[in-house]
Write a protein that binds this ligand. Structure first.
Ligand code: 13P
Length: 256
């Protein structure tokens, strides 16, 4: 198996204010020893709590991610923040193009790649999300949609930086529904993404981590991450409690 350190990231979406964030980040930091050196763990709190989260995680192995990043360095973009603003806080990762942003806030195959580009330029690790809706899956469009979304992102990424990219396959029908993709379904799409990477970047494709997201829980994490190209997880609901996110991270230990 390729040497890819499994990477599990919690996405707290619009949950947890400052106090809850501090409490959960501290609990994650305390429990991290269980997976340290074997599985990388990050969490993406609400933007207003990033300062507190970075403070609580400082000096530990826990990585703090933002849920979004704008492509410009600064300017008249009310409600957005730049990669430089995140770096200043100590944030190391940025989720780009989550399906909720694509569905509700107008992110698309033009803006998502620009967000990924800005993250890379500032030294952040982008976690770029792709994935089909239920209608697209039922219409046998999964491969087409994933290839289009992934291709748009890769268009802006050079060979010498692709190893820093994390791609998250999050089928929209599996998000928050309790209905995860089966390991076989996830592996099928991940293998397709790996092939797209290999076509562009050759052997470097083997270093790119591919997370699966969509109803990942402690009791299905290990079987999902047992698949050859499922290198980690992007976790919503089951990441809100530190103990649950750590249990999911432990599911990735057998890959290491
Ligand atoms: P759930 O784990 O709640 O299905 O959410 C997945 C997700 O959207 C992570 O980004």
């Amino acid at each position: 198996m390729a040497k890819r350190v499994p990477f599990v990231c919690g996405n707290w979406k619009m949950h947890h204010g400052v106090e809850a964030t501090r409490k959960q980040v501290r609990a994650l930091v305390e429990g991290l020893a269980r997976v340290q050196g074997k599985v990388e763990v990050a969490v993406a709190p609400v933007a207003t709590t990033l300062f507190a989260a970075c403070e609580a995680a400082r000096g530990s192995g826990l990585k703090i991610a933002a849920q979004n990043v704008h492509w410009a360095e600064k300017g008249a973009f009310t409600g957005e923040w730049s990669a430089a603003h995140l770096v200043e806080l100590g944030v190391s990762h940025a989720i780009c193009g989550h399906s909720e942003r694509r569905a509700m806030f107008g992110d698309d195959d033009v803006t998502v790649p620009k967000r990924v580009r800005a993250a890379l330029d500032a030294g952040l690790i982008p976690i770029a999300c792709v994935g089909e809706t239920l209608a697209e899956r039922e219409g046998n469009q999964t491969a087409v949609v994933v290839a289009r979304q992934t291709g748009a992102i890769l268009e802006l990424i050079k060979a010498d930086e692709v190893e820093r990219l994390v791609l998250a396959y999050e089928p929209v029908w599996a998000i928050g529904t309790g209905k995860n993709a089966t390991p076989t379904q996830a592996q099928e799409v991940h293998a397709q993404i790996r092939a797209l990477l290999a076509k562009r970047y050759g052997a470097k494709a083997e270093a790119v981590r591919l997370q699966y997201g969509g109803s990942v829980k402690p009791d299905n994490a290990a079987e999902l991450m047992r698949e050859h190209d499922v290198d980690g997880a992007l976790v919503g609901g089951a990441a809100l409690e530190a103990a649950s996110l750590l249990a999911i991270a432990e599911g990735g230990m057998q890959r290491a």
